[in-house]
Ligand binder design. Sequence first.
Ligand SMILES: Cc1cc2nc3c(=O)[nH]c(=O)nc-3n(C[C@H](O)[C@H](O)[C@H](O)COP(=O)(O)OP(=O)(O)OC[C@H]3O[C@@H](n4cnc5c(N)ncnc54)[C@H](O)[C@@H]3O)c2cc1C
Length: 462
Amino acid sequence: MISQSIVSELKKIVGPEHLLTEREDMLTYSYDAAVLDSQMPCAAVMPGTTQEVGKIVSLCHENRIPITVRGSGTNLSGGTIPEATGIVLLTGRLNKIIEINELDMYAVVQPGVVTATLAAAVEKKGLFYPPDPGSQAVSTLGGNVAENAGGLRGLKYGVTKDYVMGLHFFDAQGRYVKTGSRTVKCATGYNITGLMTGSEGTLGILDEIILKLIPAPKARQAMVAVYDTMDAASETVAEIIAAHIVPATLEFLDNFTIRAVEDYSHAGLPVDAAALLLIEVDGHPAVVAEEGEKVEALCRKMGAKDIKRAETDAERDKIWAARRSALSALARLKPTLVLEDATVPRSKIPEMVRALQEIAKTYKIDIGTFGHAGDGNLHPTILTDRRNVEEFKRVEEAIEAIFDKALGLGGTLSGEHGTGIAKAPFLEKETGWSSILFSRQLRQAMDPHNILNPGKITGVSQ
Ligand SMILES: Cc1cc2nc3c(=O)[nH]c(=O)nc-3n(C[C@H](O)[C@H](O)[C@H](O)COP(=O)(O)OP(=O)(O)OC[C@H]3O[C@@H](n4cnc5c(N)ncnc54)[C@H](O)[C@@H]3O)c2cc1C
C-alpha cells in the first residue's frame, strides 16, 4: 500500500478528481488484453500536463513506488499489469496533437493521442501515418511507441519504429530527456530514440513524440483471393514477394477465422473457403493498376478459385473492417482467447501454417489463424477456457511448441506484441543469456530502484 501522505501528494499534483484509489477503479487497471493473472495497483493517476508527469515520477522515485504507464491497455503481453505496491499512470488526458508540419512532414503528439485520430488528422492534409495496429481505433501512440507496434501495412511501410524521429521522456529519476530531432537525418549521440521504442515503459515515460509522415498514396486497390487449401494461400504469399511486388497489406485468414468473422461482421466473406488472402496494393494509379493485375494473376496461378476486387471505397472499408474484427469475432467463441504473434521469415509461412495445424491436432485445441502473412507474422489464436486446468495446460504446451517452431524456422517470439510478462520467461530461448544480462544491467543503471514497470521484458530479478 502507498501511504496517505503519498496519496495527498498525488492529489495535490493532479487534483482530487484525477486520482483514483477505489477498489472498483483498481480492478479496471489490474489487467490488459493478455491472458495473465491480474494485479490491482494502489492508485491510478491521470496527469494533464508534462509538469504533472514530472512531479509524479520524482515523487515515485523518492519514495521507491513502482509506476506502470497505461495508454488504452490493449497490449497483448501483460505490459500494463501493475505492481501491487505501485501506481498506474494513465495517459488519457495527454491527448493533444501538438503540431502537424506539412512542409517538413512530421507530427508532434502527446502520448495519449489515439492512433486513428492522428491518422485521420494527417489524412485531411494529404499526408499519411502508416502504422495501423488492428487496435488503432483505441490504442494510443504512446502505447504504440512503447510496444513498437506493427499493423496491417508493415510489409510495405514498416512498423512504428520506422516513424519515430524523436522523443521527450522522463527517466526513472524524473529527469526530462530529449532524443532525436525534427530532421530527416540525425546522427547526434546514441540512438536513444531507438532504444526507447519498444521499451514497454521500462526505461522512461514518454511525453512528446515526433513522428515521420509521408505523402498519402494516390490510389489503392484491395482484393480478396479465395482458396480451397491453406497451402495454396500461404504459398501465394511467398510467390507475390518473389515476384518483387510489395503490397501495402497481405493478410491471411483460415477457415476457422473466416467463419467467426463472417458470423460477427456479415461482410460477405465466403465461409466455405479453406483460406483467404486479403491484399491491398497502393501508390501511383498506373502502378496500382499494373500491380493489381499481376497480383491477381499470381493468385490465380497459385490456385485461387475466385478473386473479388473492391470496386468502391465502401467495399474496401468493408474488407478491412472485417479483418480488423478478427480478434473480437474469435473472442466470442470461448471464454479465453490467447493470441500469439511468433513470426517467421516470410518464405517459411507455408511451413508455419502447416505446423500450426499439427500443433492444434497434437494438443487437441482450437486454433484460428489469421494475420500479417506478408510480414511472416501470423496470429495463431487459441480458443480455450482458462478455468479448465487440464485444457489450459495443453494450451501452454502448445504455445511453447509454437515458439519453438518459429525459432527453429529462424523466426522470433514476437513480431509486434512485445515481451511484457507473457514472453519474458521464453526470452532466453531467442536472445541467449548475455542479451538478458545486458538489458538488466542497462535497466539497473538507468533505474536503480527498479520503479519503471518492474518485471516486464527482462523478468523479475533486475
Ligand atoms: C483487437 C486488437 C488488435 C490488435 N492489433 C495489433 C496489431 O495489428 N499490431 C500490433 O502491434 N499490436 C496490436 N494489438 C496490441 C496493442 O493494441 C498494441 O500493443 C498497442 O500498441 C498498445 O497500445 P495501448 O495504448 O493500448 O498501450 P497499453 O496497452 O496501455 O501499453 C502498452 C505498453 O506501453 C507502455 N506505455 C504506454 N504508454 C506509455 C508511455 N507514454 N510511456 C512509456 N510507456 C508507455 C505500457 O506501460 C505498456 O508496457 C492489438 C490489440 C487488440 C486488443
